[in-house]
Design a protein. Structure first.
Length: 45
């Protein structure tokens, strides 16, 4: 994200942390961060 979007490294980390906290992404140790499976996405409402 840093290279592709021109944001600071800390900003990218904060963005991924927010996505993870909201349930949109998961982080696997030594593998990286990924979009969560659709059935695990947060529900509207």
């Amino acid at each position: 994200m840093v290279k592709d979007h021109g944001v600071a490294r800390d900003t990218a980390r904060q963005a991924v942390a927010m996505l993870r906290d909201e349930g949109w992404a998961i982080t696997l140790p030594q593998r990286g961060s990924f979009v969560a499976d659709k059935e695990n996405w947060p529900k509207d409402g």
